[in-house]
Design a protein around this ligand. Structure first.
Ligand code: AKB
Length: 319
């Protein structure tokens, strides 16, 4: 594995990904980058605006980068509030990296897609790898276009761009920002701080989700497998756990009995309603042995354990 650049390292997935990559490659071989300074001092961090092609090229050359993890994007809910800007940013950062790859400056690229590539006419249960794709959100359209472009670059320019369709990601180190699945992280913080949460999705909205360690494993695994094994040149379906806000609240209630939830769906409900409930990831299993490890209970236990430490409430939890 060569020297890596993680773009969007302050974000929800970027934070955990940098930590894991550094444990595998050594700190000096994983350069973290973001448009903002990180909260903690990091000698291997560089300030980088991924929409600035020249700046990205300079950084890649100066740091002798072999592989790029492009984790910077405007997520679904935020993108609906600034459609043109979100489209420009999401596509610009991708093209900047693809073009640098085409010039031979980057050997391998990871670019995340999302379950947002599916739409209202997609079969919602066990959504297959190949199916109707009619996303009706700006974010989903940008991810589907991105998938088509990475396949194009892989095939026409003999590049090595790899991708998975992340479900909603649940984690405790860094909050997500601007997504439709963010409720599944916010709920834990509010349960520990206030014992109360108002969900912006209705109680029966079932969505595909995944605990962060599984998402990181999927990312590392797909980047480690020989290129010839990967039959899909755009993006692989990966599945984790599917649950509703009510089921998640019940699982939290088992551990924090006085936790209460109520439901006030907002504009994000329509986005969630256009997405699958569960995902068929058979091709990822066949091509690179992908399988998630965390189920709902294991995820909830681990989230509460780690966030309790953060909020210093460990003693009050019957874990
Ligand atoms: C979002 O909610 O926008 C993201 C995603 C599913 O890609 N978490």
């Amino acid at each position: 594995m060569g020297k890596a650049l993680v773009i969007g390292s302050n974000g929800q997935i970027g934070t955990d990904l940098v930590e894991k990559l550094r444990s595998l490659k050594g700190d000096e071989n994983v350069i973290a980058s973001d448009i903002y300074q990180p909260a903690k001092e990091d000698p291997f961090f560089i300030l980088l605006d991924a929409t600035d092609r020249e700046a990205v090229e300079k950084a890649i050359k100066a740091q002798n980068i072999d592989e790029v993890y492009l984790m910077a994007a405007i997520l679904s809910a935020k993108a609906e509030q600034m459609p043109n800007k979100a489209w420009d940013i999401n596509m610009q950062v991708l093209f900047n990296i693809l073009e640098l790859g085409k010039q031979g400056l980057i050997k391998k690229i990871f670019w995340p897609s999302s379950i947002a590539v599916f739409g209202p006419n997609t079969p919602r249960i066990n959504t297959p790898q190949y199916t109707i794709m009619d996303p009706n959100t700006v974010y989903g359209i940008s991810k589907l276009a991105g998938e088509r472009w990475i396949e194009y670059y892989n095939e026409h320019y003999n590049m090595d761009v790899r991708s998975v369709r992340y479900p909603g990601i649940i984690s405790w180190k860094t909050l997500p920002g601007g997504g439709t699945t963010d409720y599944a992280v916010e709920i834990f913080h509010e349960a520990l701080k206030n014992k109360k949460y108002t969900s912006f999705l209705s109680k029966n909205t079932r969505l595909p989700m995944m605990y962060m360690p599984d998402a990181i494993d999927a990312t590392i695994n797909i980047m480690s497998i020989p290129k010839e094994n990967l039959r899909i040149k755009h993006s692989y379906n990966i599945a984790g756990i599917s649950f509703t806000p009510e089921e998640l609240a019940d699982a939290i209630k088992k551990r924090i009995p006085d936790f209460e939830i109520d439901y006030k769906p907002d504009f994000r409900q329509a986005i969630a309603d256009s997405w699958p409930e569960s995902i068929d990831d058979d091709m990822a299993f066949k091509d690179w042995h992908w399988h998630h490890k965390y189920d709902l209970d294991a995820m909830v236990d681990d989230m509460l354990k780690n966030l309790s430490k953060k909020y210093n409430k460990e003693e009050s939890l019957p874990l």
